[in-house]
Design a protein around this ligand. Sequence first.
Ligand code: 6GU
Length: 271
Amino acid sequence: MHYHVLTLFPEMIEQGLHTSIIGRAIEAGIITLSAVNIRDYAGNRYGKVDDYPYGGGAGMVMQAEPVYQACRAVEDTIGRKPRVIYLTPQGQTFSQTMVEDFAKEEDLVFLCGHYEGIDERVLEEVVTDYVSIGDYVLTGGELPAMVMIDAISRFVPGVLSNEESAQFESFQDNLLEYPQYSRPSVWRGKEVPPILLSGHHANVEIWRRQQSILRTWQRRPELLADAKLTKKEQQYLEKIRQEEQEKEEGRKTVCGRTADADRKEDEPHES
Ligand code: 6GU
């Protein structure tokens, strides 16, 4: 996988991705990362790449030609037209499905905007995908590009070690990861769940799956709609649901009175 990041802040990209697993993959040549400075394509002596917006308004707009030339330079280098991703809060929200789709490409170009955006005409000309990383506004596309590169690289063969991949596969099927514990076995009076110290591997696996289901139900219940559970696991989920419902009913009934009746008495009344 070859990443090409078009940006006004190439050092941000270079520094951000040369550590940890992605840094290791770059060192090993499994992925390559080239940060292209759009300013190098300014076409003037000052490296000026922005101007006032037509029609007025606050801020500056990145001009079309430098972006276009930077993009053309990448096309010339690789000898074909790659997918060009424009990072913008107006894009489709980045998801694991998109990760797996982008990971199939040989080259990916990320176009990072700054100021008040980029001249619309060059976007129409070069962009194939508009992507956002969530509903909040950032100052530029560099961090979103790094987020995407990190997530996509995990799907590039050879980036993760066997152990790292195996761990990943265990929480594929729309369930959250189970909780992890390490030494000491008692920390500030809190014990590690005894089953994990039992040495009974099969039971540990069952417990972990149950913890994954419990956690998903507590924190991201909407994911369960697409989770693949065995019959036994469905029964476990049903049990959790029932227990919660019983707790709920217990809360409503306080000393034989319903919470509803209590609330009525608490309400201010005219007197
Ligand atoms: Cl991709 N860019 C910017 N500037 N802000 C964002 C974003 C992208 N995704 C969420 N917020």
